[in-house]
Each structure stands twice: as C-alpha cells, then as structure tokens.
Design a protein around this ligand. Structure first.
Ligand code: SF4
Length: 265
C-alpha cells in the first residue's frame, strides 16, 4: 500500500474506521489495510451499514462478516432502522428514483457518527477509480458546482464534527480490484442493489467504459485532471466554515441538514 504511506493517508498509531459493505472494493480495502498493519502500526475497526434493502443487504452483510472474521478485524453493524426508525425500503417505497440520493445522505451520516463515537481519526472507504470518475461527471452534468468542487476532504476542512475521509483505492480501476480480490481469495458478494437500475451512475459508467475502450487511460486522466483543478475550485466555491442544523446540530450549509429534511418528509 504505497499510496497510503507516500500520500500519508494514515499516520502511525492512528485509529481508522473502515466502511465495509461486503462487496469487492471494501473487502479488498480491509484486506490490504490488515496486511499493512503487520508492517506499520495503526488501529482499525470496521463499520457495516445495514440500510434495510430486502433480499440484498442481508447477503452482503453475511459476506462482510465472514471475511472480517477471517481477517480478525472487529466490526460494528449500524442499521437505518436503529438510527432513523425506518429502513431504506420504507423511505423510498413511493419514489425509487430517489433511492441512491436518500441512501447516500443517511449512510454518510451513520458512518460519520459511528466513526466519531469510536474515536477514529479517519474513515476509509473503498471507492475506486470508476466510482470517482462517475461522481465527477455526474456532478458536472447536473450542474451541481458546489458538490463538484468539494473533493474528498472538504468535510473535514469545514467542521471538526466530520471525520476525515480517505479513499486509498481511488486510483485503481474496478477491473483491477476484481482481479486482485479473486487472486487473493477474498470472498465478496457480487449481487447488485435492486435500486441501482434507477441511478444515473450506471449510464455514466457505461459511457466511461466506452471511452476507456476507445482511448485507454481516459479514466485515469479524468481523475488526475480533476485533482489538479480541485484546490482552485475549493477556493472559489467552498466556504471556510458552515453553520449547524437547527434540528440535529450537525454541520450543514442550509438551516436544516439533508438528513433531517429526509426524516421530516
Ligand atoms: S445502489 Fe443506491 S440504494 Fe443501493 S446501496 Fe448503492 S447508493 Fe444505496
């Protein structure tokens, strides 16, 4: 894990929370960090989020638990039901097109809160190069310049209530991660979330795959170009600090945070 050491993503003796879903990316990340721990001292605990997606998340959680136990990594399961009183299936019953947006907001909240409770200094996620490129293009195509300008460490910069996020796999292609996981006998769950078909991400992903086929290294160039303009974007579009939500007290740019807006609805 040269990236972790050279980019100083993890400092000696830090405590890292790893978000694990049971898929190839997060379990590969857990596997790599566990190996790194043998040569470099830091603490690690895993957080599994159970959004409450029937006939899907229960399978991936089983895969996550089995692999984490094999790696001897302790884990915590946090559910939407316990945190918000309802499952994701309930929240999006009448509006499945909104599933990923709702899921993203609530999951980020749960991960951040649990990582903070565990006194973790960083929250590591398994986002790969394909995920990162898709997010860059989606934010641009939606004209969402604020989100486009945030980058991975925006949250930590504007409020101490956010645990700093790290994405050690963000320069690795999804394909490379699959090959690595198979070669290292990492048992992951490859089923697809039933809400994925409603997401814009899938279409953007297909477009990027086509461009990569036509012009190899497109995916890498897109992300490295984005990383170069990010400091300038930060300067122009991101405030130095933000307020707190009038309902829950968590940081937000508006008077009410997205999580509370969803729960209120
Ligand atoms: S595909 Fe969408 S709804 Fe399903 S787990 Fe991912 S973000 Fe959540």
């Amino acid at each position: 894990m040269r990236v972790v050491r050279e980019d100083q993503l993890i400092k000696k003796n830090e405590k890292i929370a790893v978000a694990v879903s049971g898929g190839k990316d997060s379990l590969t990340l857990a596997f790599l960090l566990r190996n790194l721990q043998e040569r470099y001292p830091f603490d690690m605990e895993a957080i599994i989020v159970d959004e409450g997606i029937e006939d899907y998340r229960n399978h991936t959680i089983e895969a996550a638990k089995a692999q984490l136990e094999k790696l001897d990594i302790s884990y915590h399961i946090e559910s939407f039901k316990d945190n918000f009183g309802k499952t994701l299936d309930f929240f999006v019953e009448k509006n499945k097109e909104n599933a990923c947006a709702t899921c993203g907001v609530l999951r980020r909240y749960v991960l951040n809160k649990k990582a903070r409770e565990l006194s973790c200094t960083k929250l590591a996620t398994g986002h790969n190069l394909d995920d990162e490129d898709q997010s860059v293009l989606m934010n641009l195509m939606r004209g969402d310049i604020i989100r486009f300008s945030r980058g991975q460490n925006y949250y930590k910069k504007i409020s101490d209530k956010f645990v700093e996020r790290i994405k050690p796999l963000r320069y690795f292609l999804e394909k490379e991660i699959v090959i690595f996981a198979l070669n290292n006998k990492i048992c992951f769950d490859s089923s697809e979330c039933p809400y994925a078909e409603y997401a814009m991400r899938g279409e953007v992903g297909k477009f990027l795959d086509k461009m990569e086929d036509l012009r190899p290294t497109t995916k890498y160039s897109l992300l490295s170009g984005y990383d170069k303009i990010l400091p300038t974007l930060n300067q122009y579009f991101i405030p130095e600090s933000i307020g707190v939500c009038e309902i829950c007290g968590e940081p937000t740019m508006d008077g009410t945070c997205m999580r509370c807006k969803i729960l209120k609805k």
